[in-house]
Write a protein that binds this ligand. Structure first.
Ligand code: GRF
Length: 197
């Protein structure tokens, strides 16, 4: 925990940032959890507009420094970051970051891991594969992040039924509802749990 009694969270995102927005909303008036930084790897991503609107500092990162440099650890330290939340962040997390934040980096995946995860399995690719496999259910997985894609210990899963008429887009909508419903709450519970231990 950083010097103050406030838990400083960095949200890493590459896209629209709807999960980031829900997390920001959830902790807006929290006295002990602060969304202190938005880290993004894609210029013009929707999540950067959210950071601007919410007056949360943002950091646009590049591949070279992230993977071959210091993984932006100095900036994370400068913002007193204690915990990292991946909310649609499409790069793997470098070992330097995982070692600096043991059991303090979590991710949300739009399927029921360990199935339908790994490199290249993101966004519509996931939903297309699930429907092509004629699965009767899909869902979300919130998990700790390790050095492999979508591989760390599972923290929480929620499921939804897949109907005959479901297309990848319709399934994506069902999954987003689950994400927005559960991610902020599970994050809050996890931080409470870690603070108590
Ligand atoms: C979500 O579907 C999440 O499961 C995946 O990336 C997507 C991010 O969506 N990891 P958004 O940018 O939060 O809207």
């Amino acid at each position: 925990m950083s010097s103050s009694s406030v838990m400083h969270i960095a949200i890493f995102a590459s896209g629209a940032g709807s999960n980031a927005q829900k997390i920001i909303d959830r902790f807006r008036s929290s006295s002990h959890i602060k969304i202190a930084l938005i880290v993004c790897n894609k210029e013009g991503a929707g999540v950067l507009n959210i950071a601007k609107t919410e007056k949360i500092p943002s950091l646009l990162i590049n591949k070279e420094r992230f993977f071959k440099g210091d993984a932006y650890l100095p900036e994370l330290k400068e913002h007193h970051i204690d915990f990292i939340v991946l909310a649609g962040f499409l790069w793997k997390i470098p070992l330097a970051l995982i070692q600096a934040y043991p059991n303090k980096i979590i991710n949300i995946h739009p399927a029921l891991l360990p199935n339908y995860g790994g490199k290249g399995m993101y966004g519509h690719f996931v939903h297309e594969a699930v429907i092509a496999a004629k699965e009767k259910q899909s869902g979300i997985t919130i998990h700790y992040v390790d050095e492999l894609y979508d591989h760390g210990n599972i923290i929480y899963q929620a499921t939804c039924d897949i109907d005959e008429a479901d297309t990848p887009d319709l399934l994506a909508k069902k999954i987003h509802v689950l994400e927005h419903l559960h991610f902020p709450r599970v994050l809050g519970e996890l931080i409470e749990l870690q603070n108590r231990s």
